[in-house]
Design a protein around this ligand. Structure first.
Ligand SMILES: O=C[C@H](O)[C@H](O)[C@H](O)COP(=O)(O)O
Length: 223
């Protein structure tokens, strides 16, 4: 079995009857949504809150009852993938472009679970380009600011080489920083830039990490 499927199916076991479940985005979260869909067909009743159009379409096809984040009071548990997780369990997300909605849903969740294969576990963040979601208006000015900082920014493109558009109607600038020594300071700096809608640094946000290793599953209680 592939490791993404292994962790996706394991994470679905954390969901119990009646829960409101945040449904993440990406190739790992895909398997978790499939596993939940199977349990729903077998009689489990849950309410899903999706983090992207992609996941919404998948969940709808599986017959999972959905509500928006504004229609629920709280989310019991959110299960999502990650692009990198460091030794302090800080993460980078947004490789699939869903970071803004993912962070909003995570913020209103009682518990957050990340599901990853072992390749995502790193000592220091940065090898994976850091996604920054920006308003199109003024985005070239932000490109300049990032460039001056030495962050080697690249505007994310879609298959037809136009600027990639997020579900929120924004662009994504990927920063190539190589080693993010101080994620907290970087996050604060990005938070302070006008036109930055959100960034992919997810700090102090995960409770449980399920890592799929060739040697088996590792479950980390991060906080
Ligand atoms: O925007 C996408 C999300 O943050 C994903 O959770 C992240 O990119 C990991 O995706 P995958 O499981 O496909 O590696």
């Amino acid at each position: 079995m592939n490791l993404k499927q292994l962790v996706g199916e394991k994470a679905a076991e954390y969901v119990t009857e009646g829960m409101v479940v945040g449904l993440g985005t990406g190739s790992t979260a895909y398997y978790m949504v499939e596993a939940l869909g199977k349990r729903v067909k077998e009689g489990l009743t849950i309410t899903g809150v999706t983090t992207s159009t992609r996941t919404k379409e998948q969940a709808e096809q599986l017959g999972i009852l959905l509500k928006t984040i504004d229609e629920v009071e709280k989310v019991d548990v959110t299960i999502d993938g990650a692009d990198e997780i460091d030794a302090h369990y800080q993460g980078v997300k947004g490789g699939g472009g869903a970071l803004l909605f993912e962070k909003i849903v995570a913020d209103y969740s009682k518990k957050v679970i990340w599901i990853v294969d072992e390749s995502k576990m790193v000592e220091t963040l940065g090898a994976f380009p850091l996604p920054v979601e920006v308003l199109p208006y003024g985005s070239q000015q932000l490109m300049r600011i990032f460039d001056e900082k030495g962050f080697q920014p690249s505007m994310r493109k879609n298959e037809t080489d136009e600027n990639y558009l997020t579900d929120g109607g924004h662009y994504i600038i990927d920063l190539h920083i190589a080693k993010i020594e101080d994620p907290q300071s970087l996050a604060l700096w990005l938070d302070g830039l006008t036109g930055v809608m959100e960034h992919g640094l997810f700090l102090d946000r995960v409770n449980t990490i399920i890592v799929g290793r060739e040697s088996g599953l590792e479950i980390i209680e991060a906080r």
